[in-house]
Design a protein around this ligand. Structure first.
Ligand code: ADP
Length: 548
């Protein structure tokens, strides 16, 4: 203890009391360093805290007792410059255990401002009975009373990572702030962000359970003891929010955030701080963390899939729309060109047949009107406006549709026969849409017959009422090769085609139009050979049956 220890007898004490004796009795660790950092006094509480005796330490430089590799020069210079230092430091016991101590260090100077010594008061950050640290001290599951009751077993085995935190610093800070009249903690912390930074170093973890050790990728609970800074390292502003919640008197604060583990990984966690309940307990806050990385990853994956799906759906709708326009407009445009060419040929003839040219010009006009109606329908589809629903005589609709492709049928030498039951009830529908279905089905039949080079070349259409009289059934049977069993279940899918240059959109459109009309469309192979398509459409209600 030497000369420096004698300086403890200075005026702070009454002359009748020996300061060294008082320091010997103190519960806190009291260490005195000489101006060169050599330990001059080491009280019995220091022996209990660090495990070294005064005999082993006094007369030796303090650096010999630090954790290996601990830098100390800057710290030492800071005390010399500022005159004091207070905070948490990592220390080592004689048994080699690392722990955190809360220390206050004061540089004492003589009247000529010469440095006399540095006095350090220190305590273990964990609120535990004084005693030499042993392995279990950092483990939250180790009961300080030594018993291993149900409560501690529960804590030890609970799957949630649990930290016990000494939050005295916050409690004292908030008491002081309230006394100073601070009511708006958010505004205060906005103005003084350094307070949050300071708290990260002064609010300390005092114990942790096994799950916490595992979550942090640590080897033992002792590694988790110390300032809570590491717990909030990957969570921007979390410390601030935790402080605000406590100041505002809430019982707990929970949020989903991120945790940086000791092996450098970032995990998604659900963070909960449960605050002490004054007045019984003002110092212990519990923090629990639940690793939700997999859940967050799965949710992100799901969101990504949903976005991709929406994107694909948009692209596919756009693609369908484009394909639809191309497919539907192609036929009337081709008819217009054919009719115009024929018309020109007739005009070039010497014996001008005005009637024939007039007829062809009429066909050109109706082809153009049809093309424009299709464009309008597509526009309606794109604008999501409702399709028209008016009472229609399906025989008329089919007659008009056949008219559009009569030339194709004739050019390929196909016999088209249409059987129509008389006095059929009307259906409610969109004329252009239903014509499209018929045109699509007939074009497919024409192509099937042509491609197969069938000898028997016919298309047989029939329009009849169903047995229960609730729907009109339109059936188209051709003399083509029919549809293979493998393809039968796919032909109504968008972009399914077996044709070179086919778009595979025609039947998909037919299907959606039939369904939108409350009906259905089916394909099969006719017992006599060839494809057989049947579309049924519900008949219009009685009030719509007049005047059609
Ligand atoms: P695309 O005509 O562009 O191929 P569709 O959707 O109209 O597109 O037809 C899809 C497929 O259904 C055709 O490629 C063909 O294989 C089959 N198909 C449709 N109608 C017939 C038919 N009448 N006879 C035989 N196969 C047909």
């Amino acid at each position: 203890m030497g000369e420096t220890a004698k300086s403890l007898e200075k005026p702070a004490f009454s002359s009748s009391v020996n300061a060294v004796e008082l320091a010997d009795l103190a519960a806190e660790s009291v260490i005195v360093y000489d101006p060169n950092g050599v330990i001059a006094y080491w009280n019995p509480a220091s022996e209990r805290l660090y495990g070294w005796t005064a005999t082993a330490t006094v007369g030796r430089h303090f650096s010999a007792f630090l954790a290996p590799g601990t830098p100390y020069t800057d710290h030492w210079n800071a005390i010399l410059e500022k005159g004091w230092w207070e905070g948490i430091v990592r220390r080592r016991t004689a048994a080699g255990r690392l722990f955190y101590a809360y220390v206050r260090q004061t540089a004492r100077r003589d009247q000529r401002d010469g440095l006399v010594d540095i006095v350090e008061y220190g305590r273990l950050v964990a609120p535990r009975p004084a005693g030499t640290l042993h392995d279990a001290d950092a483990d939250i599951t180790a009961d300080p009373t030594g018993s291993d009751d149900q409560y501690h077993k529960l804590l030890r085995n609970m799957p949630t990572a649990l930290w016990q935190v000494d939050a005295r610093y916050s409690a004292e800070l908030f008491t002081r702030l309230r006394a100073e009249g601070v009511t708006d903690i958010r505004a205060y912390l906005d103005e003084h962000p350094e307070v949050v930074e300071f708290a990260k170093d002064h609010v300390v973890v005092t114990a942790a359970n096994h799950s916490a050790v595992a979550l942090m990728r640590a080897n033992e609970a002792a590694e988790l003891i110390g300032p809570i800074r590491y717990l909030v390292a990957a969570a921007p502003n979390l410390a601030r929010r935790v402080m605000i919640a406590r100041f505002e008197g809430r019982r707990s604060h929970t949020e989903e955030t991120r945790l940086l583990t000791f092996d450098g990984c970032v995990r998604d966690v659900s963070f909960s701080a449960t605050y002490p309940t004054p007045p019984e307990n003002i110092e212990t806050t519990f923090i629990t963390l639940e690793d939700i990385t997999e859940r967050v990853r799965a949710q992100a994956q799901l969101r990504k899939l949903q976005m991709e799906h929406e994107r694909a759906a948009r692209i596919s709708t756009l693609g369908k729309l484009t394909a639809c326009i191309a497919h539907e407009v192609k036929q009337p445009l081709a008819a217009i060109v054919t009719n115009a060419e024929t018309s020109l040929r007739w005009l070039a003839k010497e014996d001008l047949n005005i009637e024939k040219v007039r007829y062809l010009t009429g066909r050109i006009i109706s082809g153009a009107i049809r093309a424009s109606e299709i464009v309008q329908r597509v526009q309606r589809m794109a604008g999501k406006s409702e399709a028209m629903r008016i009472p229609l005589q399906i025989a008329d609709v089919i007659g008009e549709a056949v008219c559009f492709i009569q030339d194709d049928i004739d050019a390929r030498d196909i016999a088209l026969e249409v059987d129509c039951e008389p006095c059929l009830p009307a259906v409610l529908g969109d004329r252009v849409q239903l014509q499209q279905v018929i045109v699509n089905l007939l074009i497919n039949s024409i192509q099937a017959i042509s491609q197969a080079g069938s000898e028997r070349r016919f298309i047989h259409m029939s329009i009849a009422i169903s047995a229960n009289r609730r729907s009109i059934v339109i059936s188209i049977h051709d003399s083509g090769p029919g549809i293979s069993d493998d393809n039968l279940s796919h032909i109504f899918e968008s972009f399914f085609t077996t044709k070179d240059g086919g778009m595979g959109i025609g039947l998909a459109i037919c299907h959606s139009i039939a369904t939108e009309h409350g009906g259905e469309i089916r394909a099969s192979n006719h017992p006599d050979g060839g494809a057989h398509f049947q579309m049924s459409l519900p008949t219009a209600p009685a009030e719509n049956q007049q005047g059609t």
